[in-house]
Design a protein around this ligand. Structure first.
Ligand code: MNI
Length: 468
């Protein structure tokens, strides 16, 4: 049980993907999303950045091991404009009914580092395996506070593959209580929504915070798939959105599907959320992508390569389908790939990164890499040395654009189209764009070769091409 063979699991994946493809083929997917989260100036944002950071899961204060200098380096090296910043329920509401304003001060201080550099921020209420109180040692899960953790003394054993701890009886029971499948803890979801309301009260007037990711990688306990997503998960999102809107009318809410399955390319049954704000709804979709063969340690090569390519294609269609459901007849909502990442020492790692960005660009999705931690999944070594990932993530892209419709990026530049244009900010890696690029379809307002930032004026409907 503890060590299912890789190929048994890979075989299961083939079946899962095949059944997902059948379910998915019942409805055609949109080609792309043409709607985007916007910044305070109303410009569409193409999100490029990092999850910051996994270290926040286990630090006592809940903050990532990440400094303002680290941010400056990231911006100089890769031209990022976005962060999915990890926060946690255990830090927001450490005691039942008590909001830790000191923790929110710390979040606000870090948000300001990003604001000072022109970034947009998504706050992500993170959890994995419910919370650290699922085991006495506290070193397995993260997210929920101890007071909200009810395992009913059912066992939770831990082993090599952390994901399998989701299948432990005590973990399942903790989730069953949260979703009130047990009928014993209706208060937990209320506290969760109120914790979000407290966060929203703090950031409602903060222009840098553009989105709230309501729950990281939701898991349904004994309820899985359709029963979970169309039921308690959609309900929690509605309740939390309603709570947030009492304090904050403008910041986008971002919803995730059940991680189990969707991350591997399967469809979601998430229902639509009604946004009580006046004007256009601000609900976005923020799914994750982790193809199973790569979860199992395979590279992007050999037998696993085709499976991974198939997974990415299915994932893209399924993400756009759900975005369309969330759009309730107005077309697909904005989509951000909230997490993808890999051990960049594996075979074909750079090709996989390229595939994901090219797929996301063509589908109109922002991309947030997992994660901004040191080591083989990250951009730097613990001693600060730069890793291969830096050059792979350092891509040209239109950063913030009035009236953006679509874009493509290549090593030689970027092309994008707009409706009713205005200004556009484009990032071009300074190492390759050493002289002023050639621009068609727009006027250059400013070019800063040091930061790679190109500012353009675009008039009306236009296709803009920027080339070195
Ligand atoms: O791979 C997963 C994942 C696998 C399995 C399951 N279940 C069995 C419910 C859930 C999730 N997640 C991938 C990444 N997400 C977290 C942070 O959100 C990262 O630490 C993981 O690498």
């Amino acid at each position: 049980m503890r060590n299912p063979s890789r190929w048994t699991l890979a075989g299961a994946l083939v079946l899962l993907i095949a059944s997902g493809a059948v379910a998915a083929s019942l409805r055609t997917a949109p080609e792309a999303s043409t709607r985007f989260i916007s910044d305070a100036d109303g410009r569409s944002i193409v999100e490029h950045g990092f999850n910051t950071a996994s270290s926040a899961k286990s630090t006592p204060d809940g903050f990532p091991l990440f400094t303002e200098d680290d941010l400056a380096r990231e911006q100089a090296d890769m031209g990022t404009n976005f962060v999915r910043f990890l926060i946690s329920w255990r830090a927001v509401e450490p005691e039942k009914g008590v909001i830790d304003q000191g923790y929110l001060d710390g979040v606000e201080e870090r948000v300001q580092w990003y604001a000072d550099r022109g970034y947009s921020v998504m706050l992500d209420m993170h959890q994995d395996l419910w919370g650290s109180a699922i085991t006495p040692s506290g070193d397995s899960g993260n997210g929920a506070p101890a007071w909200a953790t009810f395992t009913d003394d059912l066992p939770v054993s831990t082993g090599d593959m952390w994901e399998l701890v989701y299948l432990e009886p005590g973990t399942i029971r903790a989730f069953d209580h949260f979703w009130n499948t047990t009928g014993e803890h209706p208060e937990l979801a209320e506290h969760y929504a109120d914790a979000w309301r407290a966060v929203a009260e703090r950031f409602a007037d903060n222009d840098a915070v553009v989105a709230y990711d309501l729950m990281n990688e939701p898991y349904g306990g004994t309820l899985q798939g359709v029963a979970f997503e169309s039921g308690p998960l959609t309900e929690l999102y509605q309740r939390t959105t309603d709570a947030i809107r009492k304090a904050d009318k403008d910041t986008w809410v971002c919803v995730e599907p059940q991680a189990f399955g969707f991350n591997w390319g399967l469809p979601s049954a998430l229902g639509a959320i009604d946004d009580p704000r006046e004007g256009d709804p601000r609900v976005a979709f923020c799914p994750h992508l982790y193809p199973l063969p790569m979860d199992l340690g395979e590279g992007f090569a050999g037998d696993s390569k085709g499976l991974v390519q198939g997974t990415v294609a299915q994932w893209r269609s399924n993400a756009l389908r759900t975005a369309e459901v969330l759009g309730q007849g107005r077309g697909a909502v904005p989509v951000i790939l909230g997490e993808f990442g890999l051990d960049a020492t594996g075979e074909g790692a750079g090709d996989y990164v390229k595939l994901v960005y090219e797929t996301a660009d063509a589908a109109g999705m922002g991309v947030v890499y997992w994660s901004r931690d040191d080591g083989s999944w990250g951009p730097y070594e613990t001693d600060g040395a730069e890793r291969n990932l830096v050059s792979w993530l350092n891509r040209s892209y239109p950063r913030e654009v009035d009236g953006l419709v679509s874009w493509r990026s290549s090593a030689d530049g970027v092309t994008f189209s707009v409706e009713d244009g205005g200004t556009a900010a484009v990032y071009l890696p300074p190492a390759t764009f050493t002289s002023e690029p050639t621009v068609q379809g727009a006027d250059v307002r400013a070019w800063d070769p040091a930061s790679g930032l190109l500012t353009l004026d675009v008039t009306g409907d236009a296709t803009v091409t920027v080339e070195r």
